[in-house]
Structure formats: C-alpha cells, structure tokens
Design a protein around this ligand. Structure first.
Ligand code: DX5
Ligand code: ZN
Length: 218
C-alpha cells in the first residue's frame, strides 16, 4: 500500500501579481509551500515574512515554509508569527540542528529538516525524535523549473526506511522537478508529500495538475 499523498504547490512558480487568485486555484491542495531564499545559502532571492503573512490571509491551507537561508535560527519566531504552520530548515545551514528543531517546535510550528542532494541521509539520524518532516531535495535548491535528479530516488527510499523504524508519523517530502511523470516513482520510493511549482502553476488548470499528481497514490 502506498501512503496517502499530500500535495504542496510551491508559490515560487505562481504569478506574484495575482497571488490571491493563484492561491484560489490550488484550494484542493493539502498545503502551500513557500520557498524563502536569501541569495546566500542559495544564489536566488525570493520572499520573506511579509509574503508569508499575506498568503496567510488568502488561504485556509497550512503554510509549509522552506527556509533556504543562512542563520535560520535568527528568523524562526518571525516566520511562525507570520503564519507558518511548518518550518523546514536545511541541515547544511546550521551547526546546531538539534537546538534549531527544538526552537521551531517551541515557536509552535512543525519542524522539518531538508537535505541537499549531496548531503547523506545519516545527517538526520540523531534528530528524528524532534522531526515532523524530512525534505529530500530532488534538485539543487535555488530555482524552480529544474530537472529531477534520478539518483535521489534511492535517498528517498533510505529516508522512508529510517522514518518507518522510528514508528512515528514523520512526513517524507520531495521537492524539485516533481510532475505527473516523476510523482509515481517518488511515491513508490516512500515519499508522501510532493512539492511541485512549475508543474502546478505552469498548467492551464492547476487543480487538474493536482489531481494528476494525486494519481501517484496508485
Ligand atoms: C527549489 C525550491 C522548490 C521549487 C520547486 O529550490 O525549493 O520548491 O519551487 O520548483 P519545481 O517544482 O518547478 O521544480
Ligand atoms: Zn521548496
């Protein structure tokens, strides 16, 4: 049995001039994925707390905030206050991951931890007791519209196996290059939360695109 799939459209690919309208188009999704980039941890600069607060007003869906920033510990409370329901930080962005995940929980948000393509799965084995979601990056972070890295499937399998051993509900999320073509394989590998930017917002009908991603449930 494949896990129930949750769909998290990334608004990085939305029309920022019509964000309210685009949020309405993804009302059938399970959460809204918000990519925060600082031009330092990743080459690109995207959006910050004011956008999270604006999105909060225009959707009832939970907000899944993906921080691709240096010194994430300086910004956790501000993102939680802006309306983030979940905050995901990169293993590579902090020296004190354990403390940082505790900080996210204390701020009242679900704690997520992300792995870049080059980062081994072992980086998270000692923090799973504090983790609600593991994000396996299936592209190098920084840009939407990149090609899915096929080798990441084995990593998803490894994370899914690790999470099963913990025996608690920890989401396994994938992000980057997810489409109707790649979704079945990541779902088979054990991912249950699919982030998709260009596939959803690039579609004529984003709600149809969401339906086609859900088919990965099998
Ligand atoms: C990449 C971001 C992704 C991105 C996905 O750094 O974390 O969430 O928006 O975009 P697509 O689905 O177009 O690959
Ligand atoms: Zn993301």
């Amino acid at each position: 049995m494949l896990p129930l799939i949750k769909i998290a459209p990334s608004i990085l690919a939305a029309d920022f001039g019509h964000l309210g309208r685009d949020l309405g188009r993804i009302a059938s999704a399970d959460m809204v994925h918000i990519d925060v980039m600082d031009g330092r941890f990743v080459p690109n600069i995207s959006m910050g707390q004011p956008v999270v607060a604006a999105v909060r007003k225009y959707t009832r869906l939970p907000l899944d905030v993906h921080l691709m920033i240096v010194r994430p510990e300086d910004h956790i409370e501000a993102f939680a206050q802006a309306g983030a329901d979940g905050i995901t930080v990169h293993v590579e962005a902090t020296h004190h991951l354990h403390r940082l995940l505790g900080q996210i929980k204390s701020a009242g948000a679900r704690a997520g931890v992300a792995l870049n393509p080059a980062t081994p799965v072992s980086a998270i084995e000692n923090v799973l007791d504090l983790t609600d979601l593991v994000l396996v990056m299936t592209v190098n972070p920084g840009f939407g519209g990149q090609e899915f890295i096929p080798g990441s499937l084995r990593k998803v399998e490894a994370v899914a196996a690790m999470v099963r051993q913990v025996g608690r509900n920890i989401d396994v999320q994938v992000d980057g290059g997810i489409s109707a073509a790649t979704a079945p394989a990541v779902a088979r590998a054990g991912a249950n939360v699919l982030v998709a930017g260009s596939f959803v917002f690039g579609a004529k009908d984003p709600s149809e695109a969401i339906v086609s991603l859900r088919r990965a449930e099998g």
